[in-house]
Design a protein around this ligand. Structure first.
Ligand code: PLP
Length: 341
């Protein structure tokens, strides 16, 4: 499968009006602050861009990744409806830790299913939040099925999963609504709209939020680039196929992006509104981690993947032309996690 795809009609697409804003709720949480948008002129020079800015999610509400924006809003909504429920989820790492943190914040129990490939220290960080961790000898996608099955085995359990499938769409929609806070912050910090936004993609819920935000009826439509590991590129494969397809996953340094199936809610939004998708290798992601670190930005492999993806897109003349950018474009890289090292 080619590791690039562009979709010329995506820019003109307008997303249907979305859900509510979680911003006031986020503001009410202890420690809420906008995360930095860091300008990196060295990268702008390298990439032939006017400006390159990195949204640095290495410290968000006291956790080292953006995921708590979605998890907190979904847990709040769920517990308003089903007070006292045990929160249940499956995770590659960051989402599960965020759900565990929110369970402790709201004073309820949490059970988090994790796949075999998870690093022991990642599982330990989830346990340290007070959650029960169930390690399974399966990949992420099967861990989601196990969490879903566990959540319906007994009353008083509520699944808070960050991916949608047929019949399970309400909670993932809350999570996507929660991610909008990050995008609203970028617009405020920039005082406008970027020309290109690069987003790291696991199941595609964050990318769904990005496309929905940047395909509003009354707003400019920048180019959106999806970036995945070449070993777990389910969105790229689905875009090539024209329908959702599952890919077999193995291990990758981009642990948060190690997902084999696109969220059913994200799929139509990405199919219609995402300009381009690229897959990157572990070594490209590692180089991006090191380069951002040298420039003073703590970025883990799943976050730094966006630098690797933009490099793979902008340094190739055919791909660059397909993105249809103005001269000296303003590029925003979503760096969604800090470097754990
Ligand atoms: C650090 C990081 N970045 C990006 C993503 C991708 O988000 P999504 O699964 O919504 O595509 C994840 C998902 O876990 C993540 O942990």
């Amino acid at each position: 499968m080619p590791n690039w795809l562009s979709s010329p009609s995506a820019r003109a697409w307008t997303a249907p009006a979305g859900g509510g804003s979680a911003r006031d709720f986020h503001r009410s949480l202890p420690g809420y602050a906008r995360t930095p948008l860091v300008e990196l002129p060295t990268l702008a020079a390298e990439l032939g861009a006017g400006r390159v800015l990195v949204k640095d999610e290495s410290s968000r509400l006291g956790l080292p990744a953006f995921k708590v924006l979605g998890a907190s809003w979904a847990c709040h909504q769920m517990l308003s409806r089903e007070p006292g429920s045990e929160l249940v989820t499956a995770t590659d790492g960051n989402h599960g830790r965020a759900v565990a943190r929110m369970a402790s914040h709201f004073g309820v129990a949490a059970t988090v299913f994790v796949p075999e490939v998870m690093l022991p220290e990642t599982a330990a960080a989830i346990e340290a939040e007070g959650a029960q961790v169930v390690r399974l000898d399966v990949g992420y996608d099967e861990a989601v099925l196990a969490a879903s099955a566990y959540s319906v085995e007994s009353d008083g359990r509520a699944l808070v999963q960050d991916t949608a499938w047929e019949g399970y769409t309400e909670v993932p929609a809350w999570i996507v609504d929660g991610y909008r806070t990050l995008l609203e912050e970028v617009d405020e910090q920039l005082g406008g709209t970027p020309d290109l936004v690069a987003v790291p993609v696991g199941v595609g819920s964050l990318a769904e939020a990005v496309v929905r935000h940047h395909r509003r009826n009354d707003a400019p439509h920048p180019s959106v680039l999806s970036v995945e590991p070449d070993t777990a590129a389910c969105v790229l494969a689905s875009l090539h196929a024209g329908e959702p397809v599952k890919v077999a996953t193995g291990s990758t340094v981009m642990a948060g992006l190690n997902c084999g199936a696109v969220s059913s809610s994200a799929w139509p939004v990405l199919r219609d509104g995402c300009d381009a998708a690229v897959a990157v290798t572990d070594s490209e992601a590692r180089r991006a981690v090191a380069d951002l670190g040298m420039l003073g930005v703590s970025s883990g492999p799943s976050g730094a993947a966006t630098l690797a993806g933009v490099r793979a897109a902008l340094t190739d003349p055919v791909r660059r032309a397909a993105l249809d950018l103005p001269p000296d474009p303003v590029v925003v890289l979503l760096s969604t996690e800090g470097d754990p090292i």
